[in-house]
Design a protein around this ligand. Structure first.
Ligand code: FMN
Length: 170
């Protein structure tokens, strides 16, 4: 099992989370490769991986982080027989109507790629009004991290999430 972690990050919060997720997966015997979204060139970059993790912070009012605009073929990706997961950082109090919207934007771009979604995440321990990243009434499409308001929960959330992903891909 090999995982590719692609992330976009402006002030390094999502980059740090991506590194922690990578270490956590390595500790569970999953080989990882980390790429900033600006380093992704073509569909070939995805070829040798079973699991693709997409990570982004949200900027503006519910916009994808800038690094992701480098990849103009997201909607055309063929990720048949692969697993996909999403993670990101946002500010649930400062941006309560657009909390982690970027995860939902990425999910909508690749949900028809043939891949299987893993790592959906409960909304139970967050306070926000709305999010494009809602998969249903009680789940985000992926891991929501909030360095502004809940930084102390990040490490245990990452650990729980990587454990969950490993259970789901067995
Ligand atoms: C100008 C600005 C706009 C933001 N917009 C949103 C937003 O719409 N939704 C959200 O959840 N977080 C928003 N945030 C919070 C960032 O996503 C958060 O600080 C994140 O941790 C930054 O991660 P990065 O350093 O990886 O880019 C915004 C922050 C700033 C400064």
């Amino acid at each position: 099992m090999k995982a590719l972690i692609i992330f976009g990050s402006t002030t390094s919060n999502t980059a740090t989370a991506a590194e922690k997720i990578s270490t956590s997966l390595n500790n569970k015997n999953i080989e990882t490769k980390l790429l900033n979204a600006t380093e992704v060139i073509s569909q070939d970059d995805f070829a040798n991986f079973d699991l693709i993790l997409f990570g982004s912070s949200t900027w503006g009012l519910g916009e994808l982080q800038d690094d992701w605009f480098n990849i103009n073929f997201l909607k055309d990706l063929n990720l048949d027989r692969k697993y996909i997961a999403f993670f990101g950082t946002g500010d649930q109090h400062g941006f309560s109507d657009t909390f982690i919207d970027a995860l939902g934007i990425l999910y909508n771009d690749v949900k028809d790629s043939g891949a299987t979604l893993v790592g959906k995440w409960s909304t139970a321990n967050y306070e926000f009004d709305d999010s494009v990243a809602l998969l249903d009434d009680t789940n985000f499409v992926g891991l929501a991290l909030d360095e502004e308001n809940q930084a102390e929960l990040t490490d245990e959330r990452i650990e729980q999430w990587t454990n969950q992903i490993i259970q789901e891909i067995k």
